[in-house]
Design a protein around this ligand. Structure first.
Ligand code: NDP
Length: 354
């Protein structure tokens, strides 16, 4: 099948178009083969092109996706899909051939920069009727990540979020633009940080209060605000040194960061030592902060078809809009990578195949 593959890790020149990538076929009863109509890029695609997570992801890859000599190559990147089901295993009951579906493809599986992708049915969800495939492909990976962070790590849900004060650090990219809308749909008061030129976008998505981190000291600007119940950090680095102090202590307030050293540790130290170091780091930060009256959590993407089912309802009722910044044809995948690698995202970069 046509696909963009990499045969080694590196910069953009490792991306190679082929007409003869292995077409996936159903091997297990729970599998679903999807014809990809559109996909989108995420920062993880840039990182994985360079080898990010290669050791830990190789271990999670299914044996059938490994190359002949146990090598992971050729690897197909691309973590989002909107498309049409073409084949299902005998045990699949949630979708049928011909259904329009969307999904976030786990990083340990072959990705969606290809004509077909294969997933388990619990990773797949019926696509929102109100969106084109290109629009739908902009949502699943960032939505699944935001859901994992805000719902599973942050404890938020449609019934307990109204009037909670939530701070989104880095609100203008893929995860940020989705998170602002999800939280507003659930009734939160949302404060967002972003660059000057992103303020109009972030406010149009519903943010109640916007702090421009480029025109001043975010920490000082945020300290003058009422304290927060939940903070989602999409930026990382030094942020957590000051942001934890913005939480309302002894009320169950939570800080969740998406920027964790977990994969980097396993890349540099190997699986066992990397896992140990990550566990110790998280444990130390969690204990230190719980003594100060706030919870410290890591947000990690997880495939979740049922979360996408709930998100579909919010999309089809107009409460969550796709934020597509740029769109590229399948022939221009390397150009799309360069766009995302350049940073300063304002929503998502989508690639259309059909
Ligand atoms: P994007 O690249 O789409 O967006 C990042 C946004 O942050 C850009 O709009 C950028 O715009 C803005 N930004 C950069 N620096 C700052 C700053 N100091 N303050 C406020 N905004 C800033 O990334 P995603 O939204 O897709 O992902 C966010 C982060 O989460 C990434 O680091 C990603 O790797 C990580 N991630 C982690 C996952 C996990 O499983 N743990 C899963 C998915 C993502 P500008 O520079 O113009 O301000």
């Amino acid at each position: 099948m046509p696909a963009w593959v990499i045969d080694e890790y590196g910069r953009n020149d490792v991306l190679r178009f082929t007409d003869s990538a292995l077409t996936p076929s159903v091997n297990f009863s729970s599998e679903v083969v999807i014809k990809v109509h559109a996909t989108s890029l995420n920062p993880i695609d840039i990182s994985m092109r360079g080898g990010y997570g290669s050791s830990v992801l190789k271990l999670r890859r299914e044996p059938l996706s490994l190359g002949q000599r146990g090598s992971e190559f050729p690897v197909i990147l691309g973590r989002d899909v909107s498309g049409v089901v073409v084949d299902c295993g005998s045990g699949v009951s949630l979708v049928n051939p011909g259904d329009e579906v969307w999904a976030a493809v786990p990083p340990w599986k072959q990705g969606s920069l290809a004509e077909f992708v294969i997933l388990n049915e619990n990773e797949v969800s019926v696509k929102p009727r109100s969106l084109s495939h290109a629009q739908a492909a902009s949502i699943p990976y960032v939505a699944s990540t935001a859901w994992s962070a805000l719902v599973h790590a942050g404890g938020l849900n449609p019934d307990n979020t109204a009037n909670k004060r939530v701070l989104i650090i880095g609100a203008s990219g893929g995860v940020g633009t989705f998170s602002v809308q999800l939280l507003k749909a659930w009734g939160a008061h949302v404060t967002a940080t972003c660059s000057t030129d992103a303020e109009t976008l972030v406010r149009s998505l519903g943010a109640d209060d916007v702090v421009d981190y480029r025109t001043g000291d975010s920490e000082r600007q945020l300290q003058s605000r009422e304290k927060f119940d939940v903070i989602l950090d999409n930026v990382g680095g030094d942020t957590e040194k000051w942001a934890l102090g913005l939480l309302r202590p002894w009320t169950g307030a939570k800080f969740i960061t998406l920027v964790t050293p977990f994969i980097m540790n396993t890349d540099t130290l190997g699986l066992v030592d990397g896992l140990l170091l990550s566990g110790m780091t998280l444990h130390t930060k969690a204990i230190t902060n719980v003594c100060r009256g706030v919870f410290y959590r890591w947000g990690i993407y997880a495939p979740d078809g049922s979360a996408l089912d709930q998100i579909r309802e919010l999309v089809d009722s107009g409460k969550i809009l796709p934020v597509v910044e740029s769109q590229f044809p399948f022939s221009e995948v390397p150009e799309a990578f360069l766009k995302v690698e350049g940073g300063h995202a304002r929503g998502k970069t989508v690639i259309t195949l059909i």
